[in-house]
Design a protein. Structure first.
Length: 233
């Protein structure tokens, strides 16, 4: 279970203070999907970036079970068991498909020793993930930039879901994807929920939220203005 308590974040834009988050609190139990919806500028992206350690809040706390998380470092978020599927592909375009699939496993002893990764082990791991997540690529040594948007998203899913997770944060996970890729991404998110992972889906697409969420939180101007069951019209 992940619990967010009274998160606040203020940006200084041209000398004017803008409240991106203004006292956001929510709880996502294990084995559930909590949808978060709102228009552009509602604070969804700021919340996502805080949960993955890309931003530090000005106030508030995040708890994973009974453990309070230190915020502001993605390495700590990953070590705690938080995975991220970002609305903007978090990839390094010149790197190969295999290298991008193990970006968060540079310290995994199964892939190498010390600071040096084994290219052979990395390729073997990438081949396994390619098969499991149906990443359509001629060779895992090809640059990730040669893949379609749907296959790049599948590569990110493979990277994030190939390690044990307690929380999965997915922000606009199917934006710009074709129908087949959308269905595949949704199936993998549901399968991850079924393992007991708490899932947060951040989206501006009502159909996607209704298709996946057990509960829906509505954000407006940095606040959660309501949390409703998924069958609410």
């Amino acid at each position: 279970m992940i619990t967010v308590t009274d998160l606040r974040k203020v940006y200084n834009q041209s000398g004017r203070k803008v409240r991106a988050l203004d006292g956001v609190s929510l709880t996502a139990p294990k084995g559930s999907v909590h949808g978060i919806i709102g228009h552009s500028g509602a604070g969804k992206s700021t919340l996502m970036n805080i949960l993955f350690g890309l931003l530090a809040p000005d106030e508030g706390e995040v708890w994973l079970g009974e453990e309070q998380l230190r915020l502001g470092d993605p390495r700590q978020a990953m070590a705690a068991g938080i995975g991220m599927v970002h609305q903007h592909f978090m990839l390094i375009p010149p790197f190969t498909v295999a290298e991008n699939m193990v970006l968060d496993r540079y310290d995994d002893p199964s892939l190498g020793r010390g600071p040096s990764l084994s290219p052979t082990r990395v390729r073997h791991a990438a081949h396994r993930m390619r098969e499991e997540f149906d990443v359509r690529v001629t060779d895992v040594d090809d640059a990730i930039s040669t893949l379609s948007g749907g296959n790049q998203q599948k590569a990110i899913l493979a990277r994030e879901l190939s390690r044990p997770l307690k929380v999965l944060v997915a922000s606009q996970p199917t934006r710009g994807l074709d129908v087949g890729s959308i269905e595949f991404v949704h199936q993998r998110i549901v399968a991850e929920r079924d393992t007991g992972t708490a899932v947060l889906i951040i989206s501006s697409e009502l159909d996607e939220i209704y298709a996946l969420a057990d509960r829906i939180a509505v954000m407006y101007r940095g606040r959660i203005v309501g949390i409703v069951p998924a069958d609410t019209a």
